[in-house]
Design a protein around this ligand. Structure first.
Ligand SMILES: Cc1cc2nc3c(=O)[nH]c(=O)nc-3n(C[C@H](O)[C@H](O)[C@H](O)COP(=O)(O)OP(=O)(O)OC[C@H]3O[C@@H](n4cnc5c(N)ncnc54)[C@H](O)[C@@H]3O)c2cc1C
Length: 671
């Protein structure tokens, strides 16, 4: 029997969640007061979970490495959050959101989880509105929606280009209410260093006070990991600089299976890399694809002239432009899912049509939208026969209202006015669909240890649709975990407080201290970033969008070598018992250096093109256009959940076969 039991409830898909909620164990309010829960992370997933669990009566201890929950990486989310409210009356429904998500993820997600996500999506919006989240509204006062990739409806709720920030302020207020009541104890500037297992169950954590360096022991009856994604394994990504895999990796090493590590989302609209000394990439929100058209020149002469600065893109006529997404995918056009758009951009650039000096950029052009909106606005204002200058002025005004902060950000970074010259964009690492494997209850393979938000292997299969991460994080935190965790904790009502004097806590604390000391004692010659960057180069070149067996095998060996060099030659200034950002970074990079190898192993194992990645061998074999993925082969529809066996290379894979009972497996097409 497989060691993986998804615990998916029986019955028709639309009834599963309701039935499950009716069937599972409950903890009565008086007993909740005697139960402690640790939540690692106060982004949207952790913040929502901590607030809800405390509101229900549990005693919560919340941990974050930032100085405030408000600074979690979730604050960066720009474009919006999906929900099947059908406010636009454009045919949306729970089923459609479910269908789009499963199809968008290349049929690599667990159907029942995705259906539940779609089902609770509407509640999330109501909850956030009640918290005072200032979603954009239309003329009639109803909440407004826009479209994101991979769908034919408008279901994305947004707060200008700051949706994540506004949602996080909502979750933070809900948390603060409970912090004020003493139901949540907030541990800012604390980093979880390990999980503590007692009799095989998660019973606490070891944390480091990042200000004093003190190693602390904290106990609980259950531990929730909501520590975000691991895109920074690539060094360059759109993630916050601090985003890391350590909490997830530590529980993996203690028995939690790690699922689909190689599924990364490569976002198509990011500001291209400028040079070798860059440490961060910047996202241009997908919402821009509502109005921006993506193109490269049709003729190589124009490409060269533009690269050499002899020609401006604005000089090219419509006939001289290749709107390649509109050409290849007429039904979805510029709003194909991210993976499709990214692969198509790479395909054009690999063919030599990239428009910047490095040949790694395509255009995102707002000229048509500016014209369209300018004419519309002139009409509204009763200006008959407006001249071109007036149309431009009015159109730019509308674009500014919609995307002003993003345009400003672009101009500050690139020093070019995107209202006048098309933006240059290129795919970049953005999100990780892989993560800690969990069952329908969000419990990992460690009893009592849960995973929520981007940290779990999530409901997005091989590719997440835009605006669905916020939805999933908040669904997990507000609407799933608060129900499912009680099923497990019902057995703990008589356990009483878990002592941190147990030998398991002391052994884990000693191990953490010894590892930190070992890092400090290396006293080598190279900075932590030196190794991180080297890892990132291998990851992007051999484990990134385009992969082949030879490259992946080499990558595994190279990562192992970088890891060995790191442990011999890293230099960490300062000591352990003080604020030491370099030491923090070293611990995280040490974990990335292990995760990276498992990532490559997973990619090697999956001989498929899927999501943002294409396997060069299979592209040829299947007669697909370069950059197209093989979609619906049922043989491949599985979750690879890796069990740690002493080293990443020795990890053993357990397969969770995916069944598509409620969704027709169609050749995935966006044409
Ligand atoms: C630039 C950008 C824009 C985006 N825009 C959108 C969008 O418009 N719509 C959308 O749906 N998604 C968007 N996403 C994705 C989305 O923002 C994230 O997937 C989501 O916010 C992750 O939330 P989370 O709660 O899971 O994790 P995070 O917000 O990353 O929070 C992680 C938390 O864990 C804590 N933590 C981590 N490790 C430890 C540790 N060891 N010890 C203690 N604490 C720890 C951190 O302190 C933090 O509080 C965007 C992502 C990026 C990068």
């Amino acid at each position: 029997m497989s060691k993986l039991d998804s615990k998916t409830p029986e019955g028709p898909i639309k009834d599963k969640w309701t039935k499950h909620k009716n069937d599972i164990n409950l903890v009565n309010p008086a007993n909740k007061r005697h139960i402690d829960i640790i939540v690692i992370g106060t982004g949207l997933a952790g913040g929502a979970a901590a607030a809800s669990l405390a509101e229900m009566g549990y005693k919560v201890k919340a941990f974050a490495y930032q100085d405030s929950p408000r600074r979690a990486h979730s604050i960066a989310a720009q474009g919006g959050i999906n929900a099947a409210k059908n406010y636009q009356n454009d045919g949306d429904s729970t089923y459609r959101l479910f269908y789009d998500t499963v199809k968008g993820g290349d049929y690599r997600a667990r159907e029942a989880n995705v259906y539940r996500l779609a089902e609770v999506s509407g509640n999330i919006i109501d909850q956030c509105v009640a918290q005072g989240v200032p979603f954009a509204r239309d003329y009639g006062g109803l909440l407004d929606n826009r479209s994101f990739g991979g769908v034919l409806v408008s279901r994305t709720f947004y707060a200008k280009g700051q949706t994540g920030q506004q949602l996080l302020l909502g979750a933070y207020s809900a948390m603060n209410r409970q912090i004020g009541k003493g139901k949540i104890t907030m541990y800012n500037r604390h980093e979880m260093m390990d999980v503590v297992l007692v009799d095989g169950k998660a019973r606490g954590i070891i944390a480091r006070n990042m200000i004093t360096g003190e190693i602390e022991k904290h106990s609980a009856h259950a531990v929730v990991i909501a520590s975000g994604g691991y895109g920074n394994v690539f060094f360059l990504s759109t993630n916050a600089m601090g985003s890391n895999a350590s909490a997830a990796w530590k529980i993996h090493k203690k028995g939690a299976y790690f699922a689909n590590p190689c599924y990364t989302q490569i976002h198509p609209t990011c500001i291209p890399r400028a040079g070798d000394f860059q440490s961060k990439l910047t996202l241009m929100s997908e919402s821009l694809r509502n109005d921006g058209r993506i193109w490269v020149p049709k003729n190589m002469d124009d490409v060269m002239a533009i690269r050499e600065g002899k020609k401006s893109p604005t000089e090219l006529t419509e006939d001289e432009r290749d709107y390649y997404l509109e050409r290849r995918y007429p039904a979805f056009g510029n709003l194909v899912p991210r993976d499709v758009a990214s692969r198509a951009a790479k395909e054009r650039c690999d063919a030599g049509y990239g428009v910047n000096a490095t040949g790694e950029a395509v255009y995102l052009d707002f000229k048509s939208a500016i014209n369209r909106y300018g004419n519309e606005k002139a009409h509204v204002l009763g200006i008959h026969n407006p001249n071109d200058a007036k149309i431009l002025e009015l159109g730019e005004g509308v674009i500014e209202e919609k995307y002003g902060n993003l345009f400003q950000m672009y101009e500050k970074i690139i020093d070019e006015n995107p209202y006048k010259t098309p933006m240059m964009i290129y795919p970049a690492v953005h999100y990780t669909m892989g993560g800690i494997w969990c069952d329908y209850n969000l419990m990992t393979t460690i009893p009592g240890c849960y995973a929520a938000g981007e940290a779990n292997f999530s409901d997005h299969g091989a590719n997440r649709l835009g605006a669905s991460a916020l939805m999933q994080g908040l669904a997990d935190g507000y609407f799933v975990l608060p129900y499912t965790i009680g099923d497990y904790l019902a057995d703990d009502i008589r356990t009483g407080t878990i002592s941190t004097d147990l030998p398991e806590f002391n052994a884990a604390a000693k191990e953490v201290t010894d590892t930190l000391q070992k890092l400090i004692d290396i006293k080598g010659t190279k900075s932590v970033d030196y190794f991180h960057k080297k890892l990132g180069e291998v990851m992007w070149n051999k484990v990134g969008m385009s992969r082949n067996a030879k490259g992946l095998t080499e990558a595994m060996a190279e990562i192992k070598q970088i890891r060995e060099d790191f442990w011999k030659d890293v230099r960490i200034p300062g000591g352990m018992n003080e604020l030491n950002p370099e030491l923090e970074k070293a611990g995280r990079v040490a974990d990335f250096l292990e995760l990276g190898e498992l990532f490559a192993k997973d990619a090697l194992e999956r001989e498929e093109s899927c999501g943002g990645h294409f396997r060069e061998e299979s592209v040829e074999e299947d007669g697909l256009q370069k950059g197209e993925a093989k979609r619906n082969d049922k043989d491949y529809a599985y979750v690879a959940a890796w069990e740690y066996k002493g080293a990443p290379a020795d990890a053993v894979m357990h397969k969770e076969e995916l069944e598509f009972k409620d969704i027709e497996l169609k050749q995935r097409s966006y044409k």
